[in-house]
Ligand binder design. Structure first.
Ligand code: SF4
Ligand code: FE
Length: 481
């Protein structure tokens, strides 16, 4: 697919746009005929569909007018034109986290577009013009873009060109007059088969010897040279069991898959870096500054889990107990601390030479570093407040069973006036977000997405400017060198 007659506007239209693409998708040892209709994959598609519907419901929040294409586009495709645009991304992300309780997958593409916009400008007019033409093409169809950065990496102690198997970092295997041929793989690719296009990017800084690995290229997701192996997630097969209680969140889930790139030819107009190793680090740094403050998405999930914990306490009859209130306050404090750093990074955005806006790198890294820790503490407190039932409760089928159902309705009662089924639902939602399918998004993705904790510590160390701070101390202490 290269062009669409009309831009995709609603979630339903988006869903239809994903049909009949004949993608090579494998899941649990089988090729999947139509991912859109697969019960385990569908909730991840619903989450992306929500990003379209939100733009219809709240155009000011989730869409923007692009002066690049002259169109009103989904905010996830928008090249930022002001500080307020960067801030609006965070507001939209929090809202979508609240509405879906999971990863809605589109920020990777948004952050790739915005970082590439400024980096291609630094690289020169040829690449920048090509890139702008690509963005305008995406705007015309209002497509979903996936940013594909993380390589398999093989021996972590070795550079791309030093690996025993040269394909462990995605690379150019052939250069032709009209384009390049790419081979390799991308790991942990959020929402990749829910995208229309992916943009492959280098995963880290490169040395001159790694020239063939410094490649940025756009590939349509339905390219026959791409294979997707779908990641399985904790409790994912509950979606195959029918019913809606045991899934915890039956409507929405995230998506992670491996992309295998088997000698894919990319024409020149879709190549935005080809061997310029000097720009790989710049791209990684700008992308991660964008993406690390995008993790305020998790504060939307935090709002859901704080609400679920408060409901569980209420259904258990202990809403007014002081330590329960205090734990909820602690959860809210942690959640807003994440948001505070992320939204501050966006407010401190500076204009790039290309004209778009780039968030503050130090604050973005602090935001993501908070995200590697605080959701775990919030999840711990939610389980504390919910009680052990969160992990020991019988299934929905036992509630429906003629013999066990009446007993469960008797013995799983909480506070008077609360339906047993509702108490079970809120327990399952907490389970879903802390142990089940959406714990992938709320916990592990919080740890490793956009870079593992140590990657942020390195960036914080680079920017903490100890010499200036030592100077401040010397000044007040009266130390003269
Ligand atoms: Fe967006 Fe958050 Fe998912 Fe990343 S983890 S794509 S920032 S929702
Ligand atoms: Fe991510």
């Amino acid at each position: 697919m290269t062009t669409a007659t009309l831009p995709i506007t609603t979630g339903a239209e988006y869903l239809e746009s994903l049909r009949d693409r004949n993608l090579r998708v494998f899941f649990m040892g089988e090729r999947i005929a139509e991912p859109v209709d697969h019960p385990i994959i569908r909730p991840s598609i619903n989450a992306v569909a929500r990003t379209y519907d939100l733009a219809v419901e709240h155009p000011e929040l989730a869409s923007a007018h692009s002066s690049l294409s002259g169109r009103r586009v989904n905010r996830f495709l928008h090249i930022t034109e002001s500080v307020e645009d960067v801030v609006a991304q965070n507001r939209m992300q929090r809202r979508l986290g609240q509405l879906t309780g999971t990863c809605f997958q589109r920020c990777v593409g948004m952050d790739a577009l915005n970082s590439l916009y400024s980096v291609t400008h630094e690289m020169g007019p040829l690449y920048h013009q090509r890139f702008k033409d690509f963005v305008i093409r995406m705007h015309e169809a209002n497509y979903v873009i996936g940013g594909a950065m993380t390589d398999p990496k093989g021996d972590r102690g070795k550079a791309p060109a030093e690996q025993a198997d040269p394909d462990l970092f995605t690379r150019i295997v052939e250069r032709r007059p009209d384009g390049v041929v790419i081979r390799g793989a991308k790991m942990h690719q959020t929402g990749c088969l829910n995208s229309h296009w992916i943009v492959v990017m280098p995963t880290m800084r490169m040395r001159p010897a790694d020239k063939d690995y410094a490649v940025v290229a756009a590939i349509p997701v339905d390219h026959p040279g791409l294979t997707f192996i779908y990641g399985r997630q904790s409790c994912d097969t509950r979606a195959m069991e029918g019913g809606s209680i045991d899934q915890g969140n039956a409507q929405f889930a995230g998506q992670e898959a491996m992309i295998l790139i088997d000698d894919v030819f990319v024409p020149n107009e879709l190549i935005f870096m080809d061997g310029e190793t000097d720009y790989a680090a710049m791209l990684v740094e700008r992308f991660t500054a964008y993406h690390r403050r995008s993790y305020v998405c998790k504060t939307g999930l935090g709002d859901v889990i704080i609400g679920a914990a408060a409901l569980a306490a209420d259904y258990n009859g202990v809403a007014a107990v002081s330590h329960v209130r205090d734990k909820l306050v602690e959860m809210a404090h942690l959640n807003e601390t994440i948001y505070g750093a992320g939204i501050a990074a966006s407010h401190e955005s500076k204009q790039t030479a290309a004209g778009n806006f780039q968030p503050d790198d130090l604050l973005a890294n602090v935001c993501k570093h908070n995200v590697t820790r605080f959701p775990y503490e919030i999840a711990r407190l939610a389980q504390d407040l919910a009680g052990g039932l969160v992990a020991t409760m019988p299934s929905e089928k036992d509630l429906e069973n003629n013999e066990t159902g009446p007993l469960l309705r008797k013995y799983l009662q909480g506070r008077a006036g609360v339906k047993v089924e509702d108490r079970m639902r809120v327990m399952r939602l907490i389970e879903n977000m802390t142990l089940g399918r959406n714990a992938v998004g709320y916990l592990t993705e919080s740890m490793h997405g956009a870079g593992s904790p140590q990657a942020q510590r390195i960036q914080i160390a680079r920017q903490m400017d100890l010499e200036t701070k030592k100077g401040l101390a010397k000044n007040l202490a009266g130390i003269k060198d």
